[in-house]
Design a protein around this ligand. Structure first.
Ligand SMILES: NC(=O)c1ccc[n+]([C@@H]2O[C@H](COP(=O)([O-])OP(=O)(O)OC[C@H]3O[C@@H](n4cnc5c(N)ncnc54)[C@H](OP(=O)(O)O)[C@@H]3O)[C@@H](O)[C@H]2O)c1
Length: 446
């Protein structure tokens, strides 16, 4: 770049630089020895972007560079370790929406046997003389590729690979939209579902009988506390009420699965707690039998613009999705899975203001799904479902109103549940990373 007259310098940390007009994040080119090293690149890229967002310079350029084989990991050729570094496009897509005046790109280059100079030359050439496309893949043979999103209607009426003897473990499956889809899948398969979530399935106080809304449950719990002479602060009251409502939702999901012909059990466990999940899986094998399906639906939101996102919030959002997936894959390393279904989001595909951490995490899910598909072969249906917003789950009434104002149509509960069953039953097993949703898809990355 210097040879081309660009005032460029190499630093280990954006904080070491001053007066810069752009950042090219090269962390994705590292030779990762462990999954944790690869995973950490997502956080470091986010930190570089946040430093840039907080800097006083008039930023003109933000670029991430990865080595997922020059195909952004879509061909399954990147190593199973490197694949965990694949969230960078979730970051650039979100940054493009948050910083519309900035030139933002993601380059995926196949290092292969190329020496460092050749790699550097290819990156510099792309930045200085390449086209305007925000996402460019460069393979070692000199081929340049860009990503497009193609419409691909699902072929319905296929054979579901699950039946009554199958056991499906579902993170986040007792509540929210994952629960809705699992009820549909139970009706179609008659399988057994073991649902994992953090909520504790405790008996509720007798005073809550008949109280249905959040306010009514709080009122009942407050009168219990007053009667017992206990002082309770509003935060604690809210937490207890949420516990009562969450346990009800879990019980309702178990009952609904049984009503449609499936079986269900709930285990209270945090999906990021590896030893606890391993123990839960042992109990499932002993009680329900061999595990043949995994659905990863656990997720949390903590939306903030890149410049304002705390390390803690980034960690919470990223870890629930990504460490959760790592733990699930480790726990089922020796199981012959027929289905591996990851709940991803359209935010990974298109970016979303305030959702950098969420987009990065879901993009890792998308790309790890491609690797899993390549590794497991055709005996396992692998899907990363990039849902648009649903009319339920984490879409609160306020968010719903926001989407409606933007003219974005929400995925209905029945519609989304049927879509999941159709995808798993579809013969289109090579279509791993998908986006599903009405009018929100917007302009795909060109
Ligand atoms: N709703 C949408 O519009 C939408 C759109 C795109 C993608 N998605 C994806 O779909 C999935 C479900 O979303 P939702 O809307 O149904 O969200 P939700 O209502 O907030 O449900 C999230 C689920 O994840 C569980 N969970 C969260 N952290 C967990 C942890 N550490 N360990 C175990 N379970 C955990 C929750 O159970 P506990 O609280 O009991 O732990 C709950 O069952 C998420 O992965 C989300 O990213 C949703």
């Amino acid at each position: 770049m210097q040879a081309d007259g660009v005032d460029a310098s190499l630093v280990n940390d954006v904080h070491e630089a001053a007066g810069f007009a752009g950042v090219i994040f090269l962390g994705g080119l590292a030779d990762f020895k462990t999954t944790d090293q690869a995973l950490d690149v997502n956080r470091r890229a986010f930190e570089a972007a946040r430093s840039l967002a907080c800097s006083e310079s008039e930023t003109q350029l933000f670029v991430t560079v990865s080595d997922l084989g020059g195909h952004f990991g879509l061909d399954g050729s990147a190593s199973t370790v490197t694949m965990w570094s694949s969230g960078l496009t979730g970051l650039t897509r979100t940054a493009s929406l948050e910083w519309p005046a900035c030139d933002i790109r993601a380059i995926d280059i196949e290092r292969g046997t190329q020496d460092a100079w050749s790699v550097a030359d290819a990156i510099a050439t792309e930045l200085i003389a390449g086209g305007a496309e925000p996402e460019v893949g460069l393979t070692a043979d000199g081929t340049r590729r860009v990503l497009i999103t193609a419409e691909a209607p699902v072929q319905t009426g296929g054979r579901l690979p699950l039946g009554p003897s199958d056991v499906v473990v579902v993170s986040g499956g007792a509540r929210g939209v994952t629960a809705t889809t699992m009820i549909e899948l139970a009706g179609a398969s008659g399988a057994t579902f073991v649902l994992l979530g953090r909520s504790v399935l405790a008996d509720e106080p007798a005073s809550c009988a008949g109280a249905t809304t959040d306010a009514e449950v709080k009122k009942a719990l407050l009168s219990d506390s007053l009667a017992a002479g206990e002082k309770i602060d509003p935060k604690e009251l809210s937490w207890r009420a949420q516990g009562v409502l969450a346990a009800r939702e879990v019980r309702a999901t178990i009952a609904s699965i049984a009503n449609v012909g499936g079986k269900a059990r709930y285990i209270a466990v945090d999906i990021t707690d590896q030893p606890a999940v391993a123990a839960a899986f042992e109990s499932i094998r002993a009680q329900e039998g061999p595990i043949t399906g995994v659905v990863h639906g656990a997720g949390v939101l903590a939306d903030k613009l890149i410049a304002e996102q705390s390390d803690e919030a980034f960690h919470k959002v990223f870890t629930t999705k990504v460490k959760g997936l790592q733990v699930l894959l480790d726990a089922t390393a020796a199981d012959q899975l027929k289905v591996l279904c990851l709940f991803s989001s359209v935010a990974a595909h298109s970016g979303n203001r305030g959702q950098a951490a969420y987009a990065i995490a879901n993009e890792v899910l998308n790309k790890v799904a491609s690797t899993e598909r390549a590794r497991r072969g055709s005996s396992c249906v692998v899907k990363a479902l990039g849902w648009g917003p649903w009319d339920g789950g984490m879409v609160t009434p306020a968010l719903k109103a926001h989407f409606e104002e933007m003219g974005v149509s929400l995925i209905g509960l029945d519609e989304g549940a049927k879509a999941l069953v159709d995808e798993i039953a579809s013969s289109q097993v090579g279509e791993v990373e998908l986006v599903l949703g009405g009018g929100l898809l917007g302009t795909p990355p060109q």
